[in-house]
Write a protein that binds this ligand. Structure first.
Ligand code: CA
Length: 231
């Protein structure tokens, strides 16, 4: 993995330069933006593989940039947040943030997270083996177009929520621990925040509505998806 184009949005010069130098030493190609408006301009001007976005920015904040970008792109987004700053995980994930990292972070930790996010996003592109439909009663999941309908209604999901669901569908009736899910769905080789999994399970259940019961909590262990394919 090298040469990915990163748009780095951070208003603190010191952090931006430090991150830039480290990322370049790791083979990434980095474009800097010091505020939200500059970020949106540069985003519209060129192609990027990933967005690293500080939450607290002058004028246009990170959330607004994220919302704006998500209107037209499913580019991976990693948010930077300050320690002590209340970061609302649910809000972030619902906006389509892929992951977040709390300052102060080590550049090495940042790169590990970035690689996990990039790995996941390159895996989730429709390949032949996942080009299939899953049907359970009125729940219809198209693995290749990543569309979900219930009773013919379109269900909106974030990219990560869909990845979690498609992983469960492909591995029906098997119990996974949070750690296994972070590893398999998020691509983390080690560590990570288990609450990230819980938050996405919660979002996915809400999206599944009347079918929420398919996603079963196995107390003390983790989660599993219980549904026969009824095609
Ligand atoms: Ca900031």
């Amino acid at each position: 993995m090298a040469g990915e184009r990163i748009l780095l949005v951070e208003d603190e010069d010191r952090i931006r330069q430090m991150v830039r130098e480290y990322l370049e030493s790791e083979g990434f190609s980095v474009t800097e933006a010091a505020d939200g408006a500059e970020a949106l301009d540069k985003f519209k001007d060129s192609e990027f593989d990933m967005l690293i976005l500080d939450v607290m920015l002058p004028a246009v904040d990170g959330w607004s940039v994220c919302r704006e970008v998500r209107r037209e792109s499913s580019i991976p987004i990693l948010m930077l947040t300050a320690r002590g700053e209340e970061y609302d995980r649910l809000f972030g994930f619902e906006l389509g943030v892929d992951d977040y990292i709390v300052k102060p972070f080590s550049p090495k930790e940042l790169v590990a997270r970035m690689k996990a996010v990039l790995r996941r996003s390159s895996n989730s592109g429709g390949n032949a083996s996942s080009a299939e439909m899953f049907k359970y009663k009125e729940l219809l999941v198209n693995m290749s177009s990543r569309k979900v309908t219930i009773d013919g209604r379109n269900i909106d999901m974030t990219p990560r929520e869909f990845d979690l669901m498609s992983f469960f569908i492909k591995n029906r009736d098997r119990v996974f621990t949070r750690e296994q899910l972070l590893n398999k769905v998020w691509g983390y080789e080690f560590g990570g925040d288990y609450r990230t999994v819980d938050t996405h399970v919660k979002m996915l259940r809400e999206s599944l509505g009347e079918y929420r019961g398919l996603l079963v909590t196995v107390w003390g262990v983790g989660y599993k998806f219980e549904a026969e394919d009824t095609k």
